[in-house]
Design a protein. Structure first.
Length: 213
């Protein structure tokens, strides 16, 4: 009888958001009719330990990142309110999109076709920086790009590599308005974005530029 009385309380607790994993699981199970979240990130509010910051980001029809619509955030707030603990607060915030470009120069092996090597290197970089592999608050790792370059057939050595912020309008292409200093935020090979941000190389066909010697 004692065990039977404990069952309803235990069942209710299983439905509640207790951990970060519980919160993310609830976010991604939002019924599609209320909107679709592409990525979600969670941070503790440094000013209020009882409040969690939930960052959301969506994709458009071209698979580019866009801010979550207000209607989606409102629906998410209503949906999560049914499962949150009474003492917990959840702030739903916009994710900061940091757009960037990659510039590099390589030396090719003797006898190799420079045009082919360059095209293959750009393709390898595209695979590494594809947005589907990135999460909110995940740093950009320079070594991943370097490995993609030097492991491309026909590349003898890497001369230079840089990543530059793209914001506003550039060469008739629209980017996030957020300005970010990639160089000054490079730490031990990691480019660390602002809190609640995600990196996006928005136009890979235009924003990966290389030269081959």
């Amino acid at each position: 009888e004692d065990l039977r009385r404990l069952i309803p309380a235990a069942r209710n607790q299983q439905m509640r958001i207790v951990t970060v994993q519980d919160l993310l699981a609830r976010v991604y199970t939002l019924p599609p009719s209320f909107g679709r979240v592409y990525r979600a990130g969670v941070r503790k509010n440094e000013e209020n330990p009882l409040t969690t910051e939930l960052y959301l980001i969506c994709q458009d029809a071209n698979r580019n990142l866009v801010l979550a619509p207000d209607a989606l955030k409102k629906n998410m707030r209503t949906y999560l309110n049914e499962f949150r603990m009474i003492s917990d607060g959840i702030d739903i915030l916009d994710t900061t999109i940091v757009n960037y470009s990659v510039n590099f120069a390589v030396v090719c092996t003797p006898g190799s076709n420079k045009g082919t090597v360059l095209a293959n290197t750009i393709s390898a970089i595209k695979n590494v920086v594809d947005i589907k592999y990135y999460q909110i608050d995940q740093p950009l790792v320079e070594a991943d790009i370097i490995n993609a370059i030097i492991n491309t057939a026909g590349v003898l050595s890497l001369i230079s590599l840089s990543t530059d912020n793209r914001n506003g309008e550039f060469e008739n292409r629209e980017y996030s308005e957020y300005e970010f200093d990639m160089t000054n935020n490079l730490y031990k090979g990691l480019i660390i974005g602002p809190p609640g941000s995600i990196f996006e190389l928005k136009y890979p066909d235009s924003d990966i530029v290389g030269t081959a010697e």
